[in-house]
Ligand binder design. Structure first.
Ligand code: ADP
Ligand code: MG
Length: 398
């Protein structure tokens, strides 16, 4: 039975049509404007090639994150990245200004079937982030059909939630994969279902801790999120990174966990050192961290315990590093979790900007699904949807 909730590109012919395709090319670049990691662009290739092979004219839309340079906000252009994106896609690309749609229309008219144009950073248009309806209506007139394949671009903007209102809309292959894999966690998952949450953004992660305390078998915590929960339990962690404002929420969740059948696992040893220092690193129990010291990674006994839990899992969902992984001395906890996840026979789903950065590329193959959405994955896991998915459902009934 086909239970996929949205119209898919694979069920549609795009012959002779002009397609507005929302992708996520929001890559990070180095100081010479070279793309650091092409994964984001590669994720959209399947959909782009599918449309091109069917003879559609393809108009790609993507934002690039606003940067702060010298205290000034700047919206970077795709101009300097075009050559590299052409190499990655193995296709010629025409860059189109997003701010003057009348000129864009003329340029689009010169494209042949199967050819591709990329609009410059969608956020350069003042109507993008404000979800301007009349801008959306004008932009929609440039195409016959809208394809949304940018799971990570989940914020409500004109090219994510307004375009579905004005055009027949289909989701691409990346969306299909994300929705299928992330939904499978909640639909009869292989048990035990283990959810590992780490990292530093405790405020946005307590939501999925709450959700998994209702549906998982074990919730495993690490990173600053775990510090915040330990603090809520009355344990002093010296100068360790704690989200003080979230302590109260963590306290509530700890009590809820006590009353649920779900086990909540917290670290009981850490790698600690003097605050801000990498010297004289030692292992300490969670109850023995004095002021002036900070926990920067989970310790070996915790790694061993977590590894055992992961080894017995049927499904593992992981978001957030276990420690300050950017420093080699404090990377071991995260790498040990990774090895346990990769070698377990569970269905493995991993996401999060930093979490993925912490995964050596050759180990990514050992994971069933590496989500393209950091924030989007959290939103989807917490609420079962994202704003663009809802927009498509609203206007196209799925
Ligand atoms: P993700 O991007 O995978 O969702 P977050 O952005 O929430 O993860 O958190 C990643 C950050 O958390 C990293 O910069 C990492 O150094 C930091 N972090 C994790 N644990 C600690 C810790 N114990 N002390 C300081 N920083 C930590
Ligand atoms: Mg992050």
């Amino acid at each position: 039975m086909n239970t996929f909730p949205l119209p898919r590109v694979s069920n549609q012919s795009f012959k002779n049509l002009t397609v507005l395709a929302r992708v996520d090319f929001n890559v990070t670049v180095d100081e010479k404007n070279r793309i650091r990691d092409a994964s984001k662009i590669l994720e959209n290739i399947e959909t782009i090639n599918y449309l091109a092979n069917q003879g559609a004219k393809i108009l790609l839309l993507s934002h690039r994150s606003t940067e702060k340079r010298d205290g000034q906000k700047t919206k970077p252009s795709f101009r300097l990245l075009i050559k590299e994106i052409e190499t990655i896609l193995k296709k010629k690309l025409q860059l189109i200004d997003i701010c003057t749609l009348s000129r864009a229309r003329k340029e689009i008219a010169t494209l042949d079937k199967g050819e591709i144009a990329l609009f410059d950073n969608t956020r350069l248009h003042p109507g993008e982030e404000t979800c301007d309806t009349s801008y959306g209506r004008e932009l929609a007139k440039l195409g016959d059909i809208f394809v949304y394949d940018a799971f990570a671009s989940y914020r409500p903007e004109t090219t994510t939630v307004v375009l579905p209102r004005f055009l027949p809309t289909f989701v691409g292959f990346t969306m299909e994969k994300e929705i299928t894999m992330l939904s499978s966690i909640f639909h009869k998952p292989r048990r035990p279902l283990i959810c590992i949450i780490g990292g530093a953004k405790t405020e946005v992660k307590v939501g999925i801790v709450r959700r998994f305390l209702a549906v998982a078998d074990t919730v495993v915590l690490g990173g600053s999120v775990a510090n915040t929960f330990l603090k809520a339990w009355g344990i002093e962690l010296g100068g360790s990174l704690v989200d003080e404002e979230m302590v109260i929420v963590a306290k509530e969740l700890l009590w809820l966990a006590l009353h649920s059948r779900v086990a909540l696992e917290l670290p009981h040893d850490f790698l600690i050192s003097k605050i801000g220092s990498s010297k004289s690193i030692r292992i300490a129990s969670h109850t023995k961290i004095r002021s002036g010291f900070s926990a920067y990674d989970i310790g070996p006994a915790t790694c061993k315990r977590y590894s055992k839990i992961i080894g017995e899992a049927g499904t593992v969902v992981w978001n957030g590093p276990m420690g300050l992984y950017e420093r080699e001395e404090f990377r071991q906890g995260t790498l040990s979790i990774l090895d346990s996840v990769v070698s377990s026979s569970a269905t493995k789903i991993v996401g999060g900007g930093d979490t993925i950065t912490a995964l050596p590329k050759h180990k990514r193959k050992g994971i069933d699904h590496v989500s393209t959405g950091g924030g989007a994955m959290l939103v989807f896991l917490e609420s079962g949807t994202t704003p663009p998915i809802e927009a498509i459902r609203k206007y196209h009934h799925g």
